[in-house]
Ligand binder design. Sequence first.
Ligand code: NIG
Ligand code: FE
Length: 411
Amino acid sequence: MSILITNIKQLLQVHDSNVTIVKGDAMKNLPVIENAYVYIDHDTIIEYGKMEDYRPIEADTVIDATGKIVLPSWCDSHTHVVYAGDRTSEFVDRINGLSYAEIANKGGGILNSAKKLQDTSEDDLFEQSIKRLNELIAMGSGAVEIKTGYGLTTEAELKMLRVIKRIKQESLAKIIPTLLAAHAIPEEFKSKKQDYIKYITEELIPQAAKLNITHYVDVFCEEGYFDIKDTEAILEAGKKYNLRPKIHVNQFNILGGIALGVKHNALSVDHLEELNDDDIKALKGSDTISVALPGCSYFISIPYTPARKIIDAGLPLAIATDYNPGTAPSGNMNFVVSAACVKLKLTPEEAINAATINGAYAMGISNMYGSITRGKKANLIITKPMNHYSEIPYAFAHDPIEQVIINGQLL
Ligand code: NIG
Ligand code: FE
């Protein structure tokens, strides 16, 4: 199955040599071919160029993209798509003035979702979750990280992992599973947190690792959840099974989790709504990418990640949805790209870099995803007609997408 797209108004994120991350000032540069074509065969990008250089190519499907933009699919490097039910009642509590912490303290929050997930059958959980994933794909996401973390028991975490595995097998999208081993402290361990850490490090992680579904470990490093010492114990337990950290840090408080993540060679540190100069210093010279989640800031009214500080320090930045029932019940990367411009003060070029190549880097897959490069996977977005790619973030809350191609298949 081959597809030829011709007369593309702007073909975005084109790299002849394989770029795997863009940092600092380089994020302002988004390579574009005006009036372009792209040819894909099976799941691979084979050829592209200017229409004036186009020589006829036989293809099973030809798409005339006159007036439209073509770009790599969004790479959403931070989601909790697998969950049960919703938390609409907490949404109303928050409107009425309660904070995230106050809601969690009265039995809401992650514990609420964990209870629901534990009571949901594996099949039901799969059906609820794949439906959400398919919505994300229709909104342009072609590679999606999915975390566990609403299990809180070995049994329920393994159930989540098996559901993610099934999604990975059945979906055309690229799925990257992460074991969010330590997301919250269950009620029965409230006064004996150390016993829960022991349970996670000695039972949950070893059993989860045996399934061989994930290469990443996550921890919610935060006041009232897991402190620096707890986080380090969990990262060290993960390391024994070759699980690389991708961690939740600095969402509400600065505990030193960024330096800890860098010390343990984290692939990504995510959230960073709170950020100080020591954090920036720790990130410099590391292979760790920062991930901002503006949908979470929007939904629970907390500060936005100071992304300018990160990029202006020469560092790379990715953006992701954080799609979850508590702090970001939306998996729309188009909104995230727009919010990154409006609220994080990224230019459209920086935001598109953050949502494509750098999102792929934050999942460890940027050698095969995130740019239009010969040999990379054919995950593409074809937009509706527009004058310029800046309209994608500009026309916020509009749906810019006309068609998506995932793994070489036109949906
Ligand atoms: O990324 N902060 C930790 N985890 C999620 C929220 C989880 C929840 O409230 O269900 C987040 O915001
Ligand atoms: Fe999250």
